[in-house]
Design a protein around this ligand. Structure first.
Ligand code: ATP
Length: 351
């Protein structure tokens, strides 16, 4: 199988970590017989300041028609304080490519990284499916009497049957494919009686089609507490956009922070975007301190999306072995730089 991959390093540490992710994933793909060709694009704050746009018109259509995936680094630069370029790139990709799944694996690789007492890799191993195109993020709202004591601000959450059903179905399909035993749906239907009643009803109907998977529901406040007290209760967790945003960062904390937190913005079968959860980290850009593992793990998710779970597993196993060996950057307690971590991962993938 051959796929074109668009590489967008972005700002700050984005290009450094993406370079290592591309190397490691490229090698794993080759070993698995997956033929990847990488094309780099310069979209970044520099590009925006020079051209006045984050990405040129028509490029997303090109990605959708001709590319298997986008490997993304990070955006964020103080010269663009409103992050206009980041919005055009990331929200643009999400909406123009209809990337309705935000997939966030929460996997603890070693007990040392977990802030919870007595919990290990068997306890913290869940996958969050965050709905990525609806909810409070659609931009429906308004402000009235702005700047006065009578000011009103409104932000409307939008949920469609189609949007709700497809993310819930994706969570169940993932559970079946990956031999996960349960899917938890989290909402706030006791307070948001219209929008989240739709989630409840849709969840029950879709769950009935997957009798082999245990289906249960937790209100989002309870889910947040349970993730901390009993993370082992969760296998696959599906939720709406805002709650998913919050719970997935809680999850990143459980797995030890930004160093190993990976993500995919996915439309199954179509060009999808994979990026580390961390930002551009301008404080360490160019120093060699950036940990490339989250980017590498995001690239592993890309390999899985492109149909090579064995290549993805090879990369993930290399990361696990490398963390165990202490061949890591300063943030994880080691003394290697970004390129050295990439080189050792590459050696492990090729071994
Ligand atoms: P942005 O505005 O792009 O989100 P930020 O600095 O506010 O940037 P992050 O980039 O996520 O947010 O960084 C938060 C902190 O974590 C910073 O101190 C940064 O140096 C550190 N950090 C983030 N990513 C990494 C990484 N890959 N390796 C090491 N440290 C990191």
């Amino acid at each position: 199988m051959a796929h074109k991959i668009a590489v967008i390093g972005g700002d700050g540490i984005g290009p450094e970590v993406t370079e290592q992710a591309q190397r490691v994933a490229g090698a794993a793909a080759k070993r698995a017989g997956l033929d990847l060709s990488f094309n780099s694009f310069p979209y970044s704050a520099d590009y925006y300041l020079e051209h006045g746009v984050g990405i040129e018109p028509g490029r997303f259509a090109d990605f959708r028609a001709n590319y298997g995936a986008i490997l993304f680094g990070a955006v964020g630069d103080k010269r663009v304080p409103d992050m206009a370029h980041g919005r055009q790139l990331l929200l643009g990709a999400r909406f123009e490519l209809d990337l309705y799944i935000n997939l966030r694996p929460i996997k603890l690789f070693t007990p040392d990284l977990c802030p919870l007492k007595g919990k290990g890799p068997d306890d913290v191993n869940m996958v969050i499916f965050r709905e990525n195109t609806e909810g409070l993020y659609v931009g429906v709202g308004g402000q009235v009497r702005r700047g006065t004591d009578d000011e009103i601000a409104m932000q409307t959450a939008v949920y469609t049957r189609r949007g709700t059903e497809r993310i819930i179905r994706a969570a169940f399909e993932y559970a079946v494919k990956n031999e996960r035993k349960s899917v938890c749906m989290s909402d706030k239907a006791n307070a948001m009686r219209d929008g989240h009643e739709l989630w409840q009803r849709t969840f029950k109907e879709v769950a009935a089609e997957y009798p082999q998977i245990e289906a249960f529901h937790l209100y989002v406040d309870v889910a947040a507490m349970e993730m901390v007290q009993n993370p082992e209760r969760f296998d696959v967790l599906v939720t709406e956009n805002l709650f998913g945003d919050i719970l997935s960062d809680l999850g990143a904390g459980l797995q030890g922070g930004l160093g190993t937190a990976a993500s995919g913005n996915i439309h199954p079968g179509r060009c999808s975007l994979f990026e580390p959860v961390h930002g551009s980290a301008p404080d360490i850009a160019g120093t060699g301190k950036a940990n490339p593992m989250a980017a590498v793990l995001s690239a592993a998710m890309m390999l899985d999306h492109l149909g090579s779970p064995e290549a993805a597993l090879r990369v993930e196993n290399a990361v696990i072995a490398q963390i165990a060996a202490g061949d890591v950057t300063v943030d994880l307690g080691g003394n290697l730089n970004c390129v050295e971590v990439g080189e050792r991962l590459l050696a492990r993938v090729l071994a």
